[in-house]
Design a protein around this ligand. Structure first.
Ligand code: SF4
Length: 924
């Protein structure tokens, strides 16, 4: 058992202050009511991706905190990516939901007491159960919840309400990995650990832009490559930042991953590279899987034709894999988010089982989870087809869990998975829903339809920590304020099965203290929930289940507070350490053998057609997270991709008359979105890429999940988010503009005038709105001075304008009494729009002298601007980097760092810096 080893014992460091050079001060935040629990350094965990980095948080006593990487945490050894490093900028209360709210009839949400709000929730659920039975109620949870939250919700629904309609946004993220693991291993077990990336000689990344989406892990891989020459193969349709770093990049056609691994299995058999002893001793189903592989990819040429990867590249990969003993195949959303994701996972696992390369140092299949606690959710049964503690709905497990919980009303069958759950809502089979910490009106496929479904519920409760979201706009009956990161107390589990404490370092704001189920279940805090959860994992286990925290089942509250990061299993009576699974077999199937799985022939669920000829892939950008409710608050995270965009191949764009930066309307049978065109040869012809982050709260009509169909994997229920048929058309506008407004309030509140298209972004000192409209510059000028919000901006100061009608330019600024820009408007023709990177610094300027004000407007252009942001930590732009590269041929990464500091802090931009240094390598 590993407890009490964290410096400072209870996760709080006293005199020693290990915060090193990577220190990022917070933005000023509103003072919080209540007493901060601590004023020194707290060891906690990052709330974003599944890498699960450890953090040191030093609260400033004013509601903010300084954040640094925790050198003692085994997941990151002190490193952070841009998102983790900017956490201090996201702690303000300006966008927080702070009080329970309730709606009467069709009226708006109004503040009420906790008693009233919780009473209404209980009544909503009770009424639905009485009238329509237990399966008429449901919970939709989030991979951002802590394990203890998840455990409580799951226990309440599956043990006490009698329904398994408890699903989570992790369904959209890694459900196919769960299914693939269970089919192959008999359990949802990640066999390996992060250290395998240090020890491998070959790392294969499949459907993973790790350089952007798991950056700290990617930097660990970079270090291993530098130290021992680890080869890197990337399999992805796009030439991503990750692919640009690879020794070999295989750009397959969307959805064809199974072909590549079927071809690999056939090749390994042909080349005599199988581990026949391992296959014979520990597996079953090999012959059928090999026969299917040979049918799908009889030889390399056939695999090349079917996958779209050049035969020579496939042959090189197959030889490399065959000849390298230490291979890790890490996979992520490009594999999971597919209507055949489970088959893809099993096609990968098949190759590792066939070579016996599993569970030994430096080898194995490795799932990189997207969310910070997707793994914890899996552990407690947060998915509708799981029970608890990695048990599923067998009669024995239902009986076992029921006895452990002393549950009066155990659910006896699997519940509805996310997409099916929302279908049931639309069909009125589900009448009451409680959404916790997620934004399904944005993130589910066919998002427009889901929004309508939410509005049909007899009762909708939402607990969240934001005041505005697309889901909160769906007229919930009750909205409950949730604690946010920095306030919550519990545990999360990362991609390598490591449980870390998320500790509070800020006082709960508003009335968020009473949120939770603790009272109803008699727990006196998260330690008690954790003990019960750990106890269930060990209950009647005896080595029959992988997930076992038996050694932690009696942990007292002080030891729970002090819990150091620990990897499961943590069995009673055993010492803990780095644990791998399956090197010697011991799978969790009835006969303890792994199962080879024969995958189906791959095909997109909805192929492109003449009406919808392009294939849309969705994903993440480097510096944003989910629907930006937290990362969207950080100015430095807003600089890298400030507006919703769609990446297109230049040939596809030219055929449609679309130029770089044009507005593009994407439409599919399910919906539409309007985005800015980003032209790149890295985007394969016939495909598009658009990020998932924007919602109706941050832009107009930029929710890309409105375009995605609801076709799901038949085993996992995970929707196909990468592979939607769409068409693209240019949208004409007369003018494009940027409005800058000082202060914390989003632009929409400061200037509620409408434009045909808009997107908001945080900038240093305030907010910016980028917009496009049919009005010309003159019409904008007339509208501007009628606008009350404009007249009020800096009302005690002065205003200037620059009007160049013939050029289609209009610029105006208002200054406050201190001479600072209070608000500024820039209008230009749509063919030459104003650039955000050229103007956003204006809010940072102090006291612009009166004589300089008009010149300031006249001189605003892109010529001297730093360009689109590349390095978030030091605000280094592409233009500045390109100027240095052009001036000094042969300049290297170290020199870019010395001269401009780029890439010298979090390092998330290093792949982009490398690409700038060798542009020829960027072409696929
Ligand atoms: Fe957070 Fe970045 Fe670490 Fe992921 S890689 S856990 S986002 S700091």
């Amino acid at each position: 058992m590993v407890m009490g080893e964290t410096p400072g014992g209870n996760g709080v460091d006293g005199e020693a202050d290990p915060i090193g050079p990577i220190v990022h001060p917070t933005a000023p935040t509103a003072p919080r009511a209540g007493r901060a629990p601590v004023r020194s350094v707290v060891h906690t965990a990052c709330p974003y991706c599944g890498v699960g980095c450890g953090l040191l948080a030093r609260p400033d006593g004013r509601g903010g905190a300084t954040i640094a990487g925790d050198p003692a945490h085994p997941a990151n050894h002190g490193k952070l990516c841009s998102k983790g490093a900017a956490l201090g900028e996201t702690l303000g209360l300006g966008t927080r939901l702070l009080h329970p709210m309730m709606r009467q009839g069709a009226g708006p949400l109004r503040r009420v007491s906790w008693d009233d709000a919780l009473g209404r929730v209980a009544e909503g659920f009770r009424t639905a159960i009485e009238r329509h039975g237990p399966d008429s109620v449901s919970f939709y949870l989030s991979g951002q919840l802590l394990t203890e939250d998840y455990y409580a919700a799951n226990k309440l629904a599956k043990g006490f309400l009698g329904t398994a309609n408890v699903d989570t946004n992790s369904r959209l993220c890694m459900a196919s990995t769960v299914s693939g693991h269970r089919r192959a291993f008999g359990s949802d077990t990640v066999p390996g650990v992060y250290a395998d990336l240090d020890l491998a000689d070959l790392v294969v990344l499949v459907g993973s832009n790790a350089a952007w989406c798991h950056p700290v892990l990617f930097r660990r891989l970079e270090a291993a490559r530098a130290a021992r020459g680890t080869r890197l193969v990337v399999i992805d349709p796009r030439h991503t930042a990750t692919a640009s770093e690879a020794d070999l990049a295989l750009h397959l056609n969307p959805g064809k991953d199974t072909i590549i691994f079927a071809g690999l299995l056939a090749f390994l058999a042909e080349a005599g590279r199988l581990d026949t002893a391992y296959i014979a001793a520990h597996t079953s189903g090999f012959e059928a899987a090999l026969a299917r592989a040979r049918a799908l990819a009889p030889d390399i040429d056939a695999a090349a034709r079917a996958s779209g990867v050049p035969a020579a590249d496939l042959a090189a990969f197959y030889r490399l894999f065959a000849e390298t003993e230490r291979v890790v195949t890490a996979f992520s959303q490009g594999v999971n988010q597919s209507a055949q994701g489970t088959d893809k996972v099993n096609a990968i696992i098949n190759c590792h089982l066939a070579t016996g390369r599993i569970g030994r140092p430096g080898m194995g299949p490795f799932s990189l989870t997207g969310q910070p606690n997707a793994m914890g959710g899996r552990e407690v049964g947060g998915l509708a087809n799981q029970l608890a503690a990695h048990m599923v709905f067998t009669p024995e497990a239902i009986d076992r869990v029921g006895r452990y919980w002393r549950a009066p009303r155990m659910a006896t069958r699997e519940g509805l998975k996310a997409v099916a759950l929302f279908e049931a809502i639309a069909e009125r089979r589900i009448r009451a829903l409680w959404v916790m910490g997620t934004n399904p009106a944005v993130s589910l496929p066919e998002a427009d339809r889901q929004r309508k479904a939410l509005a049909q519920l007899d009762f909708l409760a939402i607990s969240d920590n934001v005041l505005a979201s697309d889901t909160l706009a769906c007229q919930p009956h009750v909205a409950l304020p949730a604690l946010g990161w920095g306030e919550k107390d519990g545990t999360v589990t990362n991609s390598e099965r490591r449980i870390s404490r998320q500790r509070p370092f800020l006082p709960p704001p508003g009335e968020a203290r009473r949120l939770g189920f603790a009272g109803a279940f008699g727990w006196d805090g998260p330690a008690a929930v954790f003990r019960e959860h750990a106890g269930l994992s060990a209950f009647e286990n005896d080595g029959t289940r992988d997930f076992d925290l038996g050694a932690l089942a009696t942990v007292d509250t002080a030891a729970y507070d002090a819990l150091a990061p620990v990897q499961w299993p943590v069995r009673a009576g055993e010492t803990t350490g780095e644990t791998r699974f399956f090197a010697e077999g011991g799978f969790f199937t009835p006969d303890r053998r792994a199962r080879f799985v024969a995958p189906e022939a791959p095909a997109l669920a909805q192929p492109a057609s003449p009406a919808f000829p392009l294939v849309l892939l969705t994903g993440r950008t480097r510096d944003q997270w989910h629907t930006m409710t937290r990362t969207g608050l950080s100015p430095r995270l807003g600089g890298h991709a400030p507006a919703p965009f769609v990446a297109m191949n230049p040939a596809d764009a030219a055929r449609r008359g679309i130029g770089a930066g044009d507005l593009v309307r994407l439409s599919s049978p399910h919906g539409a979105a309007t985005l800015l065109a980003q032209l790149s040869a890295d985007q394969p012809p016939g495909t598009l890429f658009a990020p998932i982050h924007w919602s109706d709260t941050t832009a107009s009509g930029a929710r890309v999940n409105a375009l995605i169909g609801a076709e799901v994997d038949p085993v996992s229920g995970q929707p196909e988010s990468k592979g939607a048929p769409v068409r693209a058309e240019r949208v004409d506008a007369a003018t494009r503009g940027i409005l800058l407004v000082r202060g914390a309030a989003p632009v929409r509140d400061a200037a509620p005038w409408s434009a045909a298209w808009w997107a908001d972004v945080a900038v240093a000192g305030g907010h910016a709105r980028l917009f496009a409209d049919a009005r010309d510059a003159t019409a904008w000028r007339q509208a501007l001075w009628r606008e009350e919000a404009w007249r009020q901006a800096g009302a005690s100061g002065t205003a200037v304008e620059h009007d160049d009608g013939p050029a289609g330019l209009y610029r105006a600024a208002r200054f406050d009494a201190d001479g600072r820009v209070a608000a500024a408007l820039f209008i230009g023709p749509a063919v030459a729009p104003p650039r955000l990177d050229a103007v956003k610094h204006l809010l940072e300027q102090a006291n612009v002298a009166p004589e300089a004000r008009r010149a300031l407007l006249r001189g605003v252009d892109a010529a001297g601007s730093p360009g689109p942001q590349v390095c978030a930590c030091f605000g280094v732009g592409r233009h500045a980097l390109e100027r240095l590269v052009a001036a000094e041929p042969g300049v290297d990464l170290a020199t870019l760092g010395e001269r401009l500091k780029a890439g010298t802090a979090c390092g998330s931009c290093r792949p982009e810096l490398c690409r700038l240094l060798r542009p020829a390598a960027a072409a696929p």
